[in-house]
Design a protein around this ligand. Structure first.
Ligand code: XMP
Length: 524
């Protein structure tokens, strides 16, 4: 993503990324302050890019490199001549000092990892308004090198044990540089620094959902003209919000296709299709292709084979329905901001494929369509806020993620209709329990997996020989890492009893307490 996307009418802040693991969090903090920002890898930030982007302020992110090393990443010199405020964070501080005439060193006592306390030296800068109220501030450090000499023009405003220049500033030029990471949770007052920074840079906070909605609708109209758009609607938050937004922009030029692969949860298809037909009156094809999918999955137990079959059939079916409506010029996708951010890779090399994800990625090329991605500037919680702005019911907006291959990957081993029916019932009871106990919104994702094993039980003096199932519930921020949810024993006991009593076919319930890593969230 090298071309920027905010219209000129928005005030924008540029984050130059030097590869920190937490660069996205800087963007997150700024979005919370209603400031529009974009992250761009340092390699892409050239003189002409800067001129074109016209930022009102710039932030240099942290990063894993050392400015002492030859060829370490640098922003262009011209960034310092823009006349706008700059904030350097961690590596960003060091690169700023080095380029402006200071000195960075590495050696005994230059490293600091984890929690540290910064003591004030001077608080006469607007950047520190609301800081040091208790005399010092807790911050999060993660540095091997440190600044040993500040650049001419800079003054020290805060120090920590291993960072004598933890907070520095050149007030006339409005250059600020901090050694710690104000964007992370462990710098509890970090948001105040960002708030002060954007305030002194003159941002008015014009990045609101209402403004975003208007702008996105205009952008869709400009892109699509009188062309036809098709959208694969899954009932998930992202595709639902994208569909409603595009419908608002271009009305019946949009057709949605809901592919029912027979692997949806209890009542799910009826609910999704009903909601869209009733509330939005948008052209929607309900493609019941369950026989096709389940037929092709018959006897298949290998997880990757299942995923590939489902992904391939999905494209086939979608293409078939697109042809029926006479084709389309554009394919709408609910791609989100984290999916498009180009982060800087220092290690290089492709990452290992753990699972082939089901998506409609192969479609645009195959069908010669352009993409419409109206959510590509938003984080997940912003998509939810936009959904609310568009009037989508809360029950839709707050739904847990549901994977494209559906129940297929919650049914390890061979998939049969009988097992799917049992799984649907058990899952419905489990989710009902979670809702009744008021836990749904605390959990990232919860579901039942039906295990490919039957076990012996005793019910009403009789022997049973039925399936075992596993309950899964995790907390997560982005699905990349996860921890199991700490249900109480009472909750687990009550839920197990309900499932066994209410769901014929299951006589044993287990709770999966694996975190990710080493496990994954789904079972396959
Ligand atoms: P894993 O199981 O890899 O899942 O820890 C991480 C998150 O991704 C979801 N998931 C998918 N979503 N298509 C999707 O749209 C897929 O093929 C797919 N596989 C997993 C999973 O539900 C969890 O939220």
């Amino acid at each position: 993503m090298t071309d920027h996307i905010a219209p000129a009418s928005h005030e924008r802040l540029l984050i130059i990324d030097f590869g920190s693991q937490v660069t996205q969090l800087i963007a997150r903090r700024l979005r919370e302050l209603n400031v529009y920002c974009e992250i761009h890898p340092f390699q892409n930030v050239t003189d002409s890019f800067l001129k074109d982007f016209d930022p009102k302020a710039v932030i240099f992110s942290g990063g894993p490199a050392s400015v002492i090393d030859e060829n370490s990443p640098r922003p262009p010199e011209s960034v310092f001549a823009l006349g706008v405020p700059i904030l350097g964070i961690c590596y960003g501080q060091q690169v700023m000092m080095q380029m402006l005439g200071g000195k960075v060193t590495r050696g005994h006592g230059t490293a600091e990892f984890g929690r540290a306390y910064v003591e004030p030296q001077d608080t006469t800068t607007d950047l520190l308004a609301g800081w040091f109220l208790d005399g010092r501030e807790q911050v999060w450090m993660s540095h091997g090198d440190h600044v040993a000499e500040i650049a001419p023009g800079f003054e020290v405003y805060g120090t920590s044990p291993n960072a004598p220049f933890a907070i520095t500033a050149d007030l006339p030029r409005r250059f600020f540089a901090v050694q710690f990471h104000p964007e992370v949770h462990h710098t509890p007052n970090g948001k105040t620094l960002y708030e002060n920074f954007v305030k002194l840079a003159g941002f008015t906070g014009d990045w609101t959902m209402g403004a975003y909605r208007e702008q996105a609708i205009q952008a869709i109209r400009d892109q699509v003209g009188d062309g036809k758009v098709i959208c694969a609607l899954s009932g998930g938050v992202d595709s639902s919000v994208a569909a409603v937004l595009i419908h608002e922009a271009i009305g019946n030029q949009l057709t949605c296709v809901y592919v029912d692969h027979g692997l949806m949860r209890k009542n799910e298809s009826a609910e999704v299709v009903g909601m869209f037909r009733e509330h939005y009156n948008l052209p929607l094809i309900h493609a019941d292709e369950s026989d096709l999918f389940l037929g092709k999955l018959d006897g298949v137990s290998d997880p990757e084979t299942k995923r590939k079959i489902i992904g391939g059939l999905f494209i086939e079916v979608f293409e078939k329905h697109a042809k029926e409506i006479g084709g389309a010029d554009f394919l709408a996708q609910g791609t989100l901001y984290p999916d498009v951010i180009e982060s800087v890779s220092f290690s290089g090399g492709p990452s290992v494929t753990i699972k082939s994800h089901h998506n409609v990625g192969g479609l645009p090329d195959r069908m010669n369509m352009q993409l419409v991605e109206p959510l590509r500037e938003l984080f997940k919680d912003e998509v939810r806020a936009l959904g609310r702005e568009l009037g989508l019911p809360d029950s839709f907006i707050g739904r847990h993620p549901f994977p494209g291959p559906g129940l297929a990957i919650r049914c390890p081993g061979e998939i049969t209709r009988a097992k799917l029916d049992i799984l649907r019932e058990a899952d419905a009871v489990y989710i009902d329990q979670i809702r009744k106990h008021g836990l749904y919104d605390e959990i990232w994702q919860a579901f039942v997996a039906i295990l490919p094993v039957r076990t012996v039980g005793v019910m009403g003096d009789g022997r049973t020989y039925d399936y075992a199932c596993a309950l899964r519930a995790v907390t997560s921020v982005d699905g990349m890492t996860a921890d199991y949810f700490p249900f109480s024993h009472e909750f687990l006991g009550e839920t197990a009893t309900r499932i066994i009593n209410e769901v014929p076919g299951i006589n044993r319930v287990t709770y999966d307490i694996t975190s990710k890593p080493p496990g994954t969230i789904e079972w396959e």
